[in-house]
Design a protein around this ligand. Structure first.
Ligand SMILES: Nc1ncnc2c1ncn2[C@@H]1O[C@H](COP(=O)(O)OP(=O)(O)OP(=O)(O)O)[C@@H](O)[C@H]1O
Ligand SMILES: [Mg+2]
Length: 269
């Protein structure tokens, strides 16, 4: 099982969009995938479920006591996509923050949950959607993760956010006592070739990220239309041939190649 957090403290850079579409692609390619929605905004959850779930059926429940097999069964649900399950987030996650800051071990809860989930079902991938900060939930997600995938919009604040995030990850290694999670790669998102700011900041991303770059997703109305409808790109037949979906497929392939190079996945699959 490989656990990957989608993170960038900058808001609105396509963490969720990248998370759900890549998860869907991996599931379609035969991998067993779990999305963990660790963002109180619960945007990944909105693609699959009503956000008004009872708190004990969302990730909030992991902060309410011991994480047992029963807790996991209560939280994880299948989605309409084969082989893709979700541990939904919910607005109730925000309501747990006060209890969480008082509990020294709360930072380990997502990790405990993911480990229990692995007993529940043999997942190949767990994708954790993080909120736009480096706070309690993101740190908890990092504790559970092998890798971080960073979506970056080619604009100043987003690019500067990445440099800070990379420094934070190295500080985090000291807390965790091992050089984990590693940065699996970066995805340049919402790229628009005619946008002057994008033209200016895209080379800067290359300079900072170098070989970490996995690919580019152009700005596209198909993506925003599908997101608004709560649908994955793969769910619409005409979209499957179009550039946005194909760009996601390329990124997924590069991720798999990188994981195979790292000895994380059987090279034959
Ligand atoms: N390539 C794209 N082209 C056009 N719109 C996009 C693209 N990628 C994402 N969007 C839109 O941008 C908005 C923000 O995307 P998303 O919610 O994935 O960002 P986020 O980083 O998860 O945000 P937050 O920080 O709030 O969690 C959404 O409305 C989404 O539909
Ligand atoms: Mg999001």
């Amino acid at each position: 099982m490989i656990v990957i957090s989608l993170a960038n403290q900058k808001g609105g850079v396509a963490k969720t969009t990248t998370n759900v579409n890549l998860s869907g692609i991996f599931a379609e390619q035969g991998y067993s995938v779990l999305i963990v929605d660790a963002d109180p905004q619960c945007n990944s959850t909105l693609y699959f479920l009503d956000p008004n779930l009872p708190p004990n059926e969302t990730l909030a429940a992991i902060y309410d006591g011991g994480i047992t097999e029963q807790t996991v069964r209560q939280i994880i649900r299948p989605t309409r996509i084969s082989r893709l399950d979700i541990a939904p987030g919910g607005f109730s996650l925000s309501a747990r923050v006060w209890e969480i800051v008082q509990d020294k071990k709360s930072g380990l809860r997502i990790d405990e949950f993911v480990k229990q989930a692995a007993k529940h079902k043999k997942y190949d991938f767990v994708f954790i959607d993080c909120p736009p900060d480096i706070g309690i939930f993101t740190m908890g997600a990092f504790f559970a993760s092998d890798y971080i995938l960073i979506p970056i919009q080619p604009e100043r604040l987003s690019v500067e956010g990445v440099e800070q995030l990379m420094m934070k990850v190295q500080e985090f290694w000291k807390i965790r006592g091992e050089n984990k999670p590693q940065i699996l790669g970066t995805v340049t998102t919402m790229f628009h070739g005619q946008n002057r700011s994008h033209k200016e900041w895209a080379p800067k991303i290359e300079e900072i990220c170098g070989d970490l770059m996995l690919g580019v997703v152009h700005r596209s109305s198909a993506i925003s239309i599908m997101s608004d409808a709560g649908k994955l790109l793969q769910e619409d037949r005409p979209n499957r041939k179009a550039r946005p979906f194909q760009q996601h497929i390329k990124i997924a392939k590069k991720m798999l190649d990188r994981l195979k190079d790292n000895g994380e996945l059987a090279a034959t699959r």
